[in-house]
Structure formats: structure tokens, C-alpha cells
Write a protein that binds this ligand. Structure first.
Ligand SMILES: Nc1nc2c(ncn2[C@@H]2O[C@H](COP(=O)(O)OP(=O)(O)OP(=O)(O)O)[C@@H](O)[C@H]2O)c(=O)[nH]1
Ligand SMILES: [Mg+2]
Length: 427
């Protein structure tokens, strides 16, 4: 069975915060005890933890929905609710998190650091916290905030320096086996390799690099032919490609060269820009001393417009020139900057800065609307069914200047203001 899963979609939801408690101190013979409602605990967050021991996303293949526990509610006697435990998901290093709907990159886990994918809601404050000199017995507390929820695609992009690409049967896995201690399956039929294999090539004192052998590409792979081209995501981080091409009739070889280059371009023009070493493989099958085919390929590849940095004639089967090829690759790598990191280009909506300065205002002629994450959160946390809760809400809006902004827009007494599901008459 193929156990290699490199793409999956999951839904994660962090826990809501626990509610703050409304409670008053009660003791025999002690009249009118003060407020003693404790705070709610924070909800658990969902955290992605890159793990070097994992090489596939198989865990999330079977489980698609992850929910962290909520925070406990606060209670009387100033007792705070317990925090919800964080939920940690282990993923292979090199996993990229994308927004499911837009495909935008949220985060690249190749740095090995944990990442909070969905943050737990804050605990609501208990009524004890709202006591002031003039309000000694607050009868309100705040509900806990909502935990974030995300629908994301996890995509594994292996961490490798050099990618081996070529047609099925070109000898990629044979070359990997000859260069590293990896033990990939090798056979004389196409599509022997069904998932990427990694190996470490040790060159000399401390110089080494990671080689990735991927399944064979064929014409129209980008339209799903053969094994498709989705596995090319594993060479997106590679800094150098080795194009393995089997010795054949000159015109067959030229066509094969074009097929692979064309499919690279179809997948992603960035891949087609990576420096490439062309390795003419199976040279043990050529008549001894025959260099005609090699010159032919050198000529042809040189004119292809691809960034070819070197060509070399090898035999993965006999080991001929394999060390030379690896040394060439190491030399190239020493001149190429670090592996590509996928910069975030998508910020989930409720991660926008939650300040009152970012609110949007609209409306005219008697009806005005205010929206923004800050307001949304405030509404989450204030109990508007309670007179004191409403007063608190009103004071807060006044303090941050919401009414001033609306007055600039033309707000007058008697006008309606809409805050999400709530409507107020301004007076
Ligand atoms: N004579 C000779 N045969 C080779 C050489 N390299 C590979 N082969 C043979 O070619 C066949 C295919 O080799 P693989 O390494 O499995 O080829 P691959 O490119 O990994 O193929 P896929 O995984 O199907 O894409 C096997 O029978 C190998 O023994 C070589 O240098 N000389
Ligand atoms: Mg193979």
C-alpha cells in the first residue's frame, strides 16, 4: 500500500474561552458581600508542530476535523476556570499551510518551529473585575471569546537540495541508489517510483546535500497523464535539478529532453528557471569511446533556453562518472542561495489587527453602519441584554471615538446605528 500522503485538507477549531462568573460573596452574618465571580479560562489553541521523524501527512489522512477544548467557566469565590488544553498536530517539516478557499499561503513550517493555526478564545472576565468605587456590585460578567476556526490545506514540500527529474525508466532511482544510502525500488518498467525518495549524498569532509528522486514525468503529465505532475511540489524547494536522460537514438533523445522541459514549464515557470545539470545516463550501453551522442545532446540542450549549468555522461548502473556528477552538483549548490521558503501571502480574516483604528464606517441619511474585527470581538464579550453591559459598551465606543467619527459622517440624534446584529437609536 502506498503510505505517502503529501496533501490533505483539515478543519481546525480552537476552543472558546470560558465565561466569566457573576457571583457575590455570601457568608453567614456578613451582609452585602462584594462581587466574587472569577474569570473564564482561555480556550485551547490548535498548534502545528513540525516533526523531523515524520515523512508523510498520513495522520491527517484519516482524521480531518480537529477541535480543541473550550476554557472552563469562572465560578464564585473568585475561582478562575481552567484553560482548555492546546491540541498539537505533528506534521512533517516542510509542510506548507494554505487557505483552502483561496490557496493563499498562511505559513511554511520548514523553519521547524511550532505554529498556532487557530487561537483559543480569551476567557471572559468575572464580575469581580468590574467593581469600581461607584459600581460596587456589577451584575454582569463577560462571555468567553470565540476560538478561531480554519479550513486549510496541508501540503508537504520536501526539503531537498537537488531534484532528479526525467522520464520513467531514465534511471533516476538507480542514480539515487548509486549516490546515497537510499534503497529505492528499481525496475525496468515505467512508474516504478510512486512517491518521492530522499537520500543524502556525502561528497567529502562535511560537504553533503539531499537528493530527491521523484516519479517519472511523461508528456501531458500536467493534464494528469501517467502519475500526473503533483509530485513536482517536492522539487519546488530544490535549488538545482538533475535531468536524467537515457542514451537513445538522437531524435528520440531530443524529443525526450523537450518533453521533460515542457512539463516543468507547465507545472510552474519558477521550476523551469532552476539551474539544471543534464546527465546522459546508461552510457554503458553506448559503443566504447562514443561521444557523438553526448555532443549532440550538449548542442541541443545548449540551445533550449533552459538554464543548463553542466552536462555529464554517466552510468548509474556501473557508477561511471557518478562521483563527478555529485561533485559538480555540490559545486553548483555552493553558489546558489538557500532553499526557497514560501512566504505567507494570505492573512486569515480575523487575524487583522484588532484595534478600533481599523473600523470601517459607512452610511448617510439617518442610518450608519460600523464593522471591524475589534467591534466584533467587543460584541462577543459584552452582554447587551444587561443595562450595565450596555452602559459599558457605550462608554467604550465613546472612549475610542466611534461616535465622533459617525458625527463627522452626519450622525444626528434619532438616527440608527447598526453594529452587526444590533441596532441602536442614537440620542
Ligand atoms: N544499462 C543501464 N541500465 C540502467 C542504468 N540506470 C538504470 N538502468 C536500468 O533502467 C531501468 C529503470 O531504472 P530506474 O532507476 O528504476 O528508473 P527510474 O527513472 O527511477 O524510473 P521510474 O521510477 O519508473 O520513473 C532499470 O532496469 C535499471 O536497472 C544505467 O546506467 N545503465
Ligand atoms: Mg524510479
Amino acid at each position: 500500500m502506498n503510505n505517502f500522503y503529501d496533501r490533505t485538507t483539515i478543519t481546525v477549531t480552537a476552543g472558546n474561552g470560558g465565561d466569566g462568573a457573576v457571583s457575590f460573596h455570601r457568608e453567614k452574618y456578613v451582609p452585602a458581600g462584594g462581587p466574587d465571580g472569577g474569570d473564564g479560562g482561555s480556550g485551547g489553541s490548535v498548534i502545528l508542530l513540525p516533526d523531523n521523524n515524520l515523512s508523510t501527512l498520513v495522520d491527517s489522512r484519516y482524521k480531518r476535523v480537529y477541535t480543541a477544548p473550550k476554557g472552563e467557566n469562572g465560578s464564585g469565590r473568585q475561582k478562575s476556570g481552567r484553560d482548555g488544553a492546546n491540541l498539537t498536530l505533528r506534521v512533517p517539516v516542510g509542510t506548507v499551510v494554505k487557505d483552502k478557499a483561496t490557496g493563499g499561503v498562511i505559513h511554511d513550517l520548514s523553519d521547524g518551529l511550532p505554529f498556532v493555526l487557530a487561537r483559543g478564545g480569551r476567557g471572559g472576565r468575572g464580575n469581580k473585575r468590574f467593581a469600581t468605587a461607584t459600581r460596587q456590585a456589577p451584575r454582569f460578567a463577560k462571555p468567553g471569546g470565540f476560538g478561531q476556526s480554519r479550513e486549510v490545506t496541508l501540503e508537504l514540500k520536501l526539503l531537498a537540495d537537488v531534484g532528479l527529474i526525467g522520464l520513467p525508466n531514465a534511471g533516476k532511482s538507480t542514480l539515487l541508489a548509486a549516490s546515497t544510502r537510499a534503497n529505492p525500488k528499481i525496475a525496468d518498467y515505467p512508474f516504478t517510483t510512486l512517491h518521492p525518495n530522499l537520500g543524502v549524498a556525502n561528497i567529502s569532509d562535511g560537504v553533503s546535500f539531499v537528493l530527491a528522486d521523484v516519479p517519472g514525468l511523461i508528456e501531458n503529465a500536467s493534464e494528469g497523464a501517467g502519475l500526473g505532475h503533483g509530485f513536482l511540489r517536492h522539487i519546488e524547494r530544490c535549488r538545482l535539478l538533475i535531468h536524467v536522460i537515457a542514451a537513445d537514438e538522437p531524435d528520440v533523445m531530443r524529443a525526450n529532453f523537450d518533453t521533460i522541459c515542457g512539463e516543468l514549464k507547465n507545472y510552474d515557470t519558477e521550476l523551469a528557471k532552476k539551474p539544471m545539470i543534464v546527465a546522459l545516463n546508461k552510457s554503458d550501453l553506448l559503443p566504447e569511446g562514443d561521444t557523438e551522442l553526448f555532443s549532440e545532446l550538449t548542442d541541443y540542450a545548449g540551445k533550449s533556453g533552459f538554464p543548463i549549468v553542466a552536462l555529464v555522461q554517466i552510468s548509474g548502473a556501473t557508477g561511471y562518472n557518478v562521483r563527478e556528477l555529485l561533485r559538480l552538483a555540490a559545486h553548483q549548490l555552493s553558489q546558489i542561495p538557500a532553499a526557497p521558503y514560501f512566504e505567507a501571502d494570505f492573512v486569515p480574516a480575523d487575524d487583522f489587527s484588532e484595534t478600533a483604528a481599523e473600523l470601517s464606517y459607512s452610511g448617510a441619511d439617518g442610518e450608519y453602519t460600523v464593522t471591524g474585527p475589534w467591534l466584533d470581538r467587543l460584541l462577543d464579550r459584552v452582554n447587551l441584554d444587561d443595562t450595565e453591559g450596555r452602559a459599558y459598551f457605550d462608554t467604550t465606543l465613546r472612549r475610542v471615538g466611534v461616535y465622533d467619527r459617525l458625527i463627522e459622517l452626519g450622525l444626528q440624534a434619532g438616527d440608527t446605528i447598526i453594529f452587526y446584529n444590533w441596532q441602536f437609536v442614537y440620542n
